[in-house]
Design a protein around this ligand. Sequence first.
Ligand code: AMP
Length: 469
Amino acid sequence: MLAEIKGINEECGVFGIWDHEKAAELTYYGLHSMQHRGQEGAGIVASDGMELKSHKGLGLVNDVFKQAKFDHLQGRTAIGHVRYSTQGGKVIENVQPLLFRAQTGSMALAHNGNIMNAYKLRGQLEEQGSILQTSSDTEVLAHLIKRDGQGINEETIGDALNQMVGAYAYLILTENKMFAALDPTGIRPLSIGMLGDSYVIASETCAFDQIGATFIRDVVPGELITIDDEGLRSTRFAQQQQRGMCAMEYVYLSRPDSNVNYVNVHASRKQMGKELAKEAPADADIVIGVPDSSISAAIGFAEESGQPYEMGIIKNRYVGRTFIQPSQALREQGVKMKLSPVRGIIEGKRVIMIDDSIVRGTTSRRIVQMLKEAGAKEVHVRIASPAIQNPCYYGIDMSTRDELIAANNTVEEVAELIGADSLAYLTESGLEKAILTDNTINQGLCTACMTGKYPVKEEGKKEISYTGC
Ligand code: AMP
């Protein structure tokens, strides 16, 4: 159980809407558009002003919510969550929003991120007599808010948040208020929109487009938003630090149509491809991308290098993300089921294959092999992000250092392991050039998984000792 608690990780999506007659249904659509952020479980909690009602389950949003479920989720306000976690946490108790009932007022919580000192805080809470029901670090926040027997307000939430170290975008719903908070470094995205007179909050702006809402602004790091019958108020629970927006949100995680920290994801990926073409050109006949997340970068690479872009790999859309499979053997089979080479395009060609990232090396190895089997003369792998050599402590399942192929091998060795004729990664400066455009407000990226520069550290720890989250 201890290992399970420590290993918990969330790479999730949150959505909330205030004061709309179809609050739960719109939350469903919002979550659906963010399904890519987590396929393990989904949930919605709605408030009718008197009571919070919840429905959640394991599986995809569509599997969890059938039409009849919305009759139960009455009310003009709702928050929802899609969840992804590592193996240990796949239990219904951990599916969010978590709902806590109390005589002094109930609260529901939805969280995207990872709390680095959750284990320590849990220990303290347990010593003081708290009994925690889940192995999710999100529950810790609820206990910290409620600990002093005070109400759920800006002050108690702010005090609780200030005890947490890590990355978080939170939504909190009570019977008559909704709160949204972002960690002081702003590692995860969180945006505010409006649908008519209703406020909407979401991890990604694609959720606004889905329901026809208009983007207003991003939540500022260290900011606590309160929404109630009097409107929207902003307070600060912490000073904003140098922005550390997760670079992987642009590289892989977010949807291409989303704007993350005011930068369009597709445009940044395309620019990553262009920078990569400038930094690491290759003599070849065609440029192809690994669908879906690498297509934008492949288009950018081809545009910059003048080499033709081709659809060299197609994706079976009815297979889940390969990462979700627990064992290496299943992951390998997952890639095979998911991607197929277009033989008529590949045969006899020297191919530049663009992927957004290499984590364990499974995908690249399998695709290079697949392309060679389909008759490629040469396969030059170009990765549109720097090599991932360090674990993520902020909410992305980036395995342990042992599993990261680039942490344990040189570029040449990785090329050999994946069977590529050549391999090159985008540099850190190329990545920054592609993402941090002039329009970016609060510039700054978290590139810890690539560079080892961790923007948030747990105080008192010389070396971060988590084993992959
Ligand atoms: P791997 O096969 O282990 O090297 O993983 C690399 C592949 O997984 C790439 O094709 C990426 O598109 C994708 N990927 C990168 N980061 C993640 C992540 N955090 N979760 C799921 N998939 C990812």
